[in-house]
Design a protein around this ligand. Structure first.
Ligand SMILES: [Fe+2]
Ligand SMILES: [Fe+2]
Length: 184
């Protein structure tokens, strides 16, 4: 029998420690997202024998994506991208637009995954067909998100370091904190 805690290992909570360094905060969030993606994929192998525990671990990941994940996307789309866009080359602006497209695609794949998870939650036992659909949906989301985060870690962070001034970074930090209802 596997416990939800074991399925979630390793885990880390969002701490406020990097919020004063917005670009570091984005990459730190990526590591936390990666952990949840790995869990969502891992539970697929436990749906037959440890259905309840697997569903519980899955639900914990969904709570993370519905809270921290949404905030992370807002940090990028509302605080970082608009400050970069006007000062970027044509190619760089196209890169930012592609990141926004990937956010929408990730939202779509996430909704699909949650729909399959909803079927799992409502059934008494997971059929092999449903398990396979879950595994495929989790795999699609993880694949897209991992390549998206790799592009952000590699290129978005470098653009931010090049373009954003210290006062702008401080402003972004204040916005990130107020988004989380933390005092700036
Ligand atoms: Fe992103
Ligand atoms: Fe990101």
């Amino acid at each position: 029998m596997i416990t939800p805690e074991q399925l979630l290992q390793p885990k880390s909570q969002e701490s406020g420690s990097t919020l004063d360094r917005p670009l570091d905060h984005l990459t730190a969030c990526h590591r936390r997202i990666e952990e949840r993606l790995a869990t969502l994929e891992r539970v697929a192998g436990h749906l037959d024998r440890s259905t309840g525990e697997a569903i519980e671990a899955m639900a914990a990941c969904f709570r993370f994506f519905d809270s921290n994940g949404v905030l992370h996307t807002a940090d990028e789309e509302e605080s970082v991208f608009p400050r970069l866009q006007p000062r970027l080359s044509h190619e760089e602006r196209a890169f930012i637009a592609s990141l926004e497209d990937q956010h929408r695609e990730a939202d779509r794949l996430y909704a699909e995954l949650k729909a399959v998870a909803g079927e799992l939650q409502s059934g008494s036992a997971a059929s092999r067909e449903l398990q396979e659909r879950y595994g495929a949906a989790a795999g699609r989301l993880a694949e897209l998100y991992r390549s998206h985060m790799a592009a952000e870690d590699q290129t978005l962070i470098a653009l931010g370091q090049r373009v954003l001034s210290a006062p702008e970074l401080a402003e972004i930090s204040r916005e990130m904190k107020s988004r989380r209802r933390l005092s700036a």
